[in-house]
Design a protein around this ligand. Sequence first.
Ligand SMILES: Cc1cc2nc3c(=O)[nH]c(=O)nc-3n(C[C@H](O)[C@H](O)[C@H](O)COP(=O)(O)OP(=O)(O)OC[C@H]3O[C@@H](n4cnc5c(N)ncnc54)[C@H](O)[C@@H]3O)c2cc1C
Length: 437
Amino acid sequence: MSPSPNSTNTLRLHVAIIGGGITGLTLALGLQTRNVSFTIYERASSFKEIGAGIGFSPNAERALKVIDPRVHDAYKRVATPNGEDFFQWVDGRHTDEIIYKLYLGQQGFQGCRRSDFVDELATMIPGENVRFDKQIEGIVEEENGGRVRMRFKDGSVEEADVVIGCDGIRSRTRHVLFGPSHAPSYTHKFCFRALIPLPSALPKLGVHRTSTRFMYNGPEAHIITYPVAMGEILNVLLVISDSNPWTTEDGRHTSSGSKQEALAAFANWHPTARTIVDLLPEQLDKWAIFDMHDRPAPYYARGSVGIAGDAAHAAGPHLGAGAGFGMEDALVLAALLEAADKRCEGGKSKGELCCGALETYNEVRYERTQWLVGLTREACDLFQWQNESAGSDSRKFAEEITWRFQKIWEYDIDGMVRGALEGFGTKSGWPEKGQEI
Ligand SMILES: Cc1cc2nc3c(=O)[nH]c(=O)nc-3n(C[C@H](O)[C@H](O)[C@H](O)COP(=O)(O)OP(=O)(O)OC[C@H]3O[C@@H](n4cnc5c(N)ncnc54)[C@H](O)[C@@H]3O)c2cc1C
């Protein structure tokens, strides 16, 4: 059991997590397992995610296991096995033939409905650790490494020793740290997402195409399909290039769209691709894809306030890695804050410990996560035949995409945590070598 969030124990840390999406929830569970006190402040009135699909690559799965094996078990309870352990790419425009297969590892990169996964995580977090309807507006740190004060839209004020903004791509925490100039920008891609019941998809696409992970490449668009909900539903994502600016009156990243618009984008594609698009409902939400590529956060922490997940490094969805990188952040933060918490009685102030932990977090995470943001744009160009060198050449595509995925998937998660603890120890003057992970 983690210490009570209301405890007045001045010799233990209390962590405020802003936002209860996948990053915030996995951070909370990592802290809970490590007996560190926390409260999640979530803007919405419950933990909610849309039903659309999401999949976790091997690095993300390893991070989940190290956060807490129960969290990995929760994912596996809702993850849908792929029919084959390969990611398969198809020429969606001309031939409908498989142009490349990449091994995913045994039972790797399984899809699930986001809502199913978040529901599983939410049941593991005690109600007393959560405040709903709490929209962060302001954050102020006391001078000389004192407590951090948070002001919410409802007028309430709360305090913690350290605040981690897991409040998504339009993060208020990031805005508080860096102002409006480090904001997401439109990538000139938008997407349509749909969940197609298997009885509709199967007769049109057959068993092979509905039971495992496929991507259909082509000019200025691509399609991803994979099974979720134990194979009862086919998750479909269409990603379409767009030369126009994204404009909505209220600045939202979604607007209403239609199947006609989607069909027009794939009008000249192979009949299989058009069949997939035709499975979509008539009315669709259109999701603009924004990322943090053009105006990145300059760093992920100042003093005792940090940012993680999409708040820090939102990337496009094209490599299926954004949430996984948020989980990697959560793991490093949980390990470092546990180390800081254990040393609260050792003479250093909590402020010094939290600053040191977050500084180390930034050092360990910045390069890899920023790399993903750029890499994701490059990958989308490859899928959409916009890479100058590869174009629609399958052999070049295979070469270019393989190393990118491998660098994401084969990351040494355990080494990352070890390195973080050693770095924190060196910075703070204590040895952490040989730490069990
Ligand atoms: C189409 C698509 C497909 C994707 N597929 C994959 C995939 O297969 N695999 C993968 O790893 N990633 C994928 N991603 C990326 C992934 O969805 C994100 O990286 C991930 O969901 C980000 O989680 P987060 O918790 O950091 O942010 P969010 O999910 O945005 O959560 C932020 C939370 O903070 C709350 N909040 C916001 N503002 C405030 C405030 N002011 N005060 C309090 N609370 C606040 C929100 O209500 C929300 O609960 C995909 C993305 C898209 C768009």
